[in-house]
Design a protein around this ligand. Structure first.
Ligand code: BTN
Length: 254
């Protein structure tokens, strides 16, 4: 139905009119042993989930709310890299289908003109040393107008339609993203993360900037100097000490 030209990604599509969370459905399918490349797409999520137990606003017919199941034969430490791979795919698909240039804010936000248009949530089912499945959830605000967002989101969120001034066909966007994820997944399996790290850094806004990283254990301020081969953010503080950040909210200082 999506006219996909992929080898495996999206060959099994679970399309739902309404659901709690495509992430939840994908977890269940994965536990039941669904094939790699299975995707779940919903027109609406009643309980869309963001990082750090936040809610993800997912109204009907206006966005892309999608989860992808991958089963790479890797250790769980590699999982954060998949957020970055998905982000590259989404940025490139947006560039291809619109006239806007999105940027990536580590680890998982895609921004246009400083406002969030996409969030990516990567979750794992794994043993200590082996991934069973990686579930990549992608939420893209596509055709909302500003007034469609709840008040508290209006100053921080945006959609592709707001930024590009036209309506975007969601099926085309999904198709484009899936083809790119498949392509970069193969690059990753064949060549590792190094070529993707360079690509990712070329879209990243935080690199080279003064930032504050808020983690569960506290704040670290300094200059974001890049990401490691694992996809972990490196920050150099004023004393020249380099901190490796696995998970945080990032504020970019002006
Ligand atoms: C974030 O920025 O915090 C991540 C948001 C991820 C939202 C997507 S929408 C599809 C999938 N299903 C969910 O419940 N969440 C992800």
């Amino acid at each position: 139905r999506l006219g996909l030209n992929t080898k495996f990604l999206g060959h099994s599509i679970h399309y739902l009119d309404s659901t709690d969370s495509t992430q939840k459905v994908a977890h269940k399918l994965s536990q039941e042993g669904c094939p790699e490349g299975t995707i779940v797409i919903a027109e609406e999520q009643k309980n869309g989930r963001g990082r750090l137990t936040r809610h993800w606003y997912s109204p009907k017919y206006t966005g892309v709310w999608m989860s992808i199941v991958l089963r790479p034969n890797l250790s769980p430490q590699k999982a954060p890299q998949f957020t970055l791979i998905a982000a590259i795919a989404v940025v490139q698909a947006i560039e291809e289908l619109t006239n806007v240039l999105p940027e990536i804010k580590w680890p998982n936000d895609i921004l246009i003109n400083g406002k969030k248009v996409t969030g990516i949530l990567t979750e794992l089912q794994a043993d200590v040393d082996k991934i069973d499945s990686i579930i990549i959830g992608i939420g893209i605000n596509v055709n909302q107008q500003l007034s469609d967002f709840p008040d508290e989101l209006q100053s921080i969120a945006t959609s592709l339609a707001i930024e590009s001034g036209r309506k975007i066909t969601r099926a085309k966007l999904i198709q484009c993203i899936l083809m790119k994820i498949e392509k970069y997944y193969h690059v990753y399996l064949e060549k590792g993360f190094a070529p993707l790290k360079i690509l990712w850094e070329s879209y990243a806004i935080s690199i080279g900037k003064e930032i504050i990283a808020r983690t569960v254990t506290g704040e670290i301020a300094g200059r974001a100097i890049g990401i490691t081969n694992e996809g972990i953010l490196k920050i150099e503080d004023d004393a020249g000490i380099i901190h490796e950040i696995y998970s945080a909210d990032i504020e970019i200082k002006k």
